[in-house]
Design a protein around this ligand. Structure first.
Ligand code: ADP
Length: 397
């Protein structure tokens, strides 16, 4: 190595230290992955970089972040284990490939979806305590070819990145788990009380029915809490997978209304969809969108008065579909609005109207944002609330 090369290498290691500090101080998983891919492209002078994480339970590899990923639906995309990334993970070995197009392990689908033609590639496994958690790839060296120096520096970054990813996952889990355990206490205490009362001598038949009803509703609440908790844990840790399917949105809304009709009828609430003009097709994960609208419609019924109304309005503008779910319930006071999308938050006073977990809207927000959409709420106290979801059509998805 001549003097100039040595100096160059020192500059790169300095940059590595700088970038590693940034990476290790980021705890939010999606920001962290974004920091890592940017650092990888920067250090290796590559056009792009990407991260794939390995799901040990399923034995699958998922595409999780890339420098050029403006299509959020690629998140969680499954990449076959027979691909180059799969080879890196299976063999726990780094690899340098001069021309990916000539390599029969090359899996072109991800590159195609982001309009990237992959030529040269450098990949390293992400190892945390000897366990492989995924791989980090630098794609298309800007000038020349990837060499051993690039490999060494990407390997060093990969080592730091793997630890940071594991830390971020643990941090998120412990945060969510402690809140979850805290939330379990109320239904468990109610169950205990009901069981105790049920065991008392001389209770009337009416009281017995009441205590059994209490047990049923609290167990239902526990089940609901567990399902929502698992959904949210998956979304927060980046393990949720999103499919990109092109199709009409209206049938999804009609399905949701079909599911919710009985609940609305029990409270004599009218549930209507209004379609404004022609609606373009949208690329989205249909099951996840269904979860979004089921949640919003269910809330609009739950937090509504008997004989009220729920109106679902669908329209489109250039590049978006806009869905609003409007109810005639008590509405949401201004000061409660910022807490609304936080985990376990419930607007004071609404507990009397309906049981709930306070997790639904956090899940909704995560799903909408994974589609690069937005959600907001408008409300005038006493006149109901309107939740508005704006979804981009994701035409290139
Ligand atoms: P859950 O309904 O299970 O409690 P969500 O996360 O869906 O959880 O909602 C959080 C809180 O926001 C609810 O507990 C309720 O206080 C409030 N909220 C949600 N939707 C409405 C609505 N349409 N009108 C009034 N308050 C609402």
């Amino acid at each position: 190595m001549d003097h100039k090369e040595a100096k160059n290498q020192i500059t790169r290691y300095k940059r590595l230290t700088e970038l590693s500090t940034r990476v290790s101080s980021t705890l939010d998983l999606s920001s962290l992955l974004f920091e890592i891919v940017n650092a990888a492209a920067d250090l290796c002078e590559a056009e792009e970089a990407s991260i794939l994480l390995y799901d040990e339970l399923k034995g699958e590899l998922h595409f999780e972040a890339a420098t050029n990923m403006d299509n959020p639906l690629l998140l969680g995309f499954t990449v076959p284990m027979s691909s180059i990334a799969g080879w890196i993970v299976t063999n726990k070995q780094p690899i340098i490939i001069k021309d990916a197009q000539k390599d029969n392990r090359h899996f072109g689908n991800v590159g195609k979806s982001v309009n990237l033609s992959i030529k040269s590639l450098l990949g390293v496994p992400l190892l945390s305590k000897d366990k492989v958690i995924g791989c980090l790839e630098a794609i298309n060296k800007v000038t020349g070819e990837f060499d051993e120096d690039d490999l060494e520096i990407l390997g060093a970054l990969g080592g730091q990145a793997a630890v940071a990813i594991e830390n971020s996952r643990l941090f998120q889990q412990s945060d969510l788990i402690s809140e979850f355990v805290h939330e379990l206490r109320t239904p468990m205490a109610s169950l205990n009380t009901a069981a105790h009362l049920l065991g008392r001598q001389g209770i009337t038949e009416v009281q017995r029915e009441k205590f059994i009803g209490m047990i049923k509703s609290e167990t239902y609440r526990l089940a609901e809490l567990s399902t929502s908790f698992l959904d949210l844990a998956k979304l927060e840790s980046g393990r949720a997978q999103f499919k990109a399917e092109l199709g009409a949105l209206l049938p999804i809304l009609e399905d949701c209304v079909g599911v919710m009709n009985n609940r609305a009828a029990e409270k004599n609430i009218s549930l209507t969809i209004h379609v404004r003009g022609e609606l373009p097709e949208i690329t989205a994960d249909r099951d996840k969108l269904k979860q979004v609208f089921l949640n919003l419609i269910s809330n609009a019924i739950k937090y509504n008065y008997d004989h009220g109304q729920v109106d679902i309005d669908v329209s489109s503008d250039d590049g978006h579909i806009i869905v609003s779910v409007k109810d005639t319930g008590p509405g949401i006071p201004d000061e409660a609005r910022k807490g609304l999308f936080q985990k376990f938050y419930r607007v004071p006073g609404t507990e009397r109207l309906a049981s709930g977990t306070g997790l639904g809207l956090s899940i909704v927000k995560r799903i909408v944002e994974a589609h690069k959409g937005e959600i907001r709420v408008e409300s005038e106290v006493g006149k109901g609330a309107t939740f508005i979801v704006v979804l981009p059509l994701n035409k290139n998805g």
